[in-house]
Design a protein around this ligand. Sequence first.
Ligand code: GDG
Length: 458
Amino acid sequence: MSRLIVVSNRVSAPRQGRSGGEGGLASAVLDALRQEGGIWFGWSGKVTEHEPSAPDIFDVGRLTYATLDLSERDHEEYYNGFANRSIWPLFHYRLDLAEFNRRYLAGYQRVNALFANKLMPLLRDDDRVWVHDYHLIPMAEQLRQHGCHQKIGFFLHIPWPATEVLLALPSHRTLVRAICAYDLVGFQTESDRENFAEYVVKELGGTDLGGGRIEIFGKTVKTGAYPISIDAEGLARMAEEAATSRQSQRLRESVRDRDLIIGVDRLDYSKGLVARVETFEHLLKAYPSNRGRVVFLQIAPPSRSDVPEYMQIRRELESIYGRVNSTYAEFDWTPIRYLNKGFSRRMLTGFFRAASIGLVTPLRDGMNLVAKEYVASQEPENPGVLVLSRFAGAALEMDGAVIVNPYDVEGVAEALQEALAMPLDERKDRWSRMFEHLKTHDITRWRRDYLTALAETE
Ligand code: GDG
């Protein structure tokens, strides 16, 4: 069988200190590589003074890891710069936070060229290459310049913005031209795919041939929506076991007969964390019976800590959590528990199961796996309620969730109040609809659908 070559910004390799706290991309990629066998290529996570000369290559089972360190300059311009200060905020509709400059763009192009240059000698004729996410959009273009003839697919984990938003990026044409060098471009949702197709047709004069095929630059690019998912049944088993763990028991004892509302997010401004606290504050203010009766647990492991906008949101959150707690706390009740650190996946599933409400309110999110993980972790006979932002890709699939507009603080508080009072029958009905969907639309299906479509490209 032909090998699968996965390229992503960050490789989470066991001997390079994998913590078990990886995000959704890492578990999805690992699952795919374990099934297919192949190479995982990308950044080691280490920053060095000078550019590395060769990748560090080692095998673990059927899987080969090939990692490169980044120089300080590349890390600053490519990773912190273009990827996380230009594309990330823009694609999450935060034009106010986006910074564009040519130094960042040059760094982005340089690292993509470096990756392509180092990957080329590792490729075999019948390999399939699968590039992940916004850090590496120009990879295929670079690989083609080196003579790469293998099939190359791309999957975008974050939203593709509306054309009017994308136009604010000075290099929008360069970026889209680069993405068109792939054989298959995968998005999380149909609406992301439509945004992309609209840009290509309106701005570049491409032709939408239907069936996801777009004609542009003298070739046909195949596009499709492949909503990423989780190992739903595996997580459900994990949550059942974790429920009896010491940590879950301690959590439940500390919450006692109160209702627990849980949020788990990387500390990122796209996740709507500030509006979420304001919502919880409003729940206490507008519905005083909740005082002393509900606890909000927010787990938010720090992320991209050397990017100024992330330092800023962290400070802002510390101050607002402090304010709400000092306004409402009683000698025997603290309304918010804000934990600025990560937990093992197993512990998280136990925490999800202990919570009456999973509160997932990003302002914009490609998919949001936490929403799906919360559902998979519930106890079938007494499931909690998922309160989910309409701006997460997951909202298109999780039709048993209470769907909210995260900008509407009073509206979300009202939805929380309804969720807290929801009768068992309704909770079970909503939950089983979502869990049934997740069982058939799981991580294996995501990988299979994508790789089958890639194999079928001309
Ligand atoms: C991007 C897109 C898309 C979080 N805290 C801990 C922990 N996590 C895990 C969660 C979940 C993952 O990290 C986060 O995935 P999300 O999907 O929620 O969000 P992003 O990190 O922004 O991911 C997103 C995703 O890529 C996949 O395509 O869905 O839209 O933005 O799995 O459980 N895991 C552990 N400890 C923690 O403290 N172990």
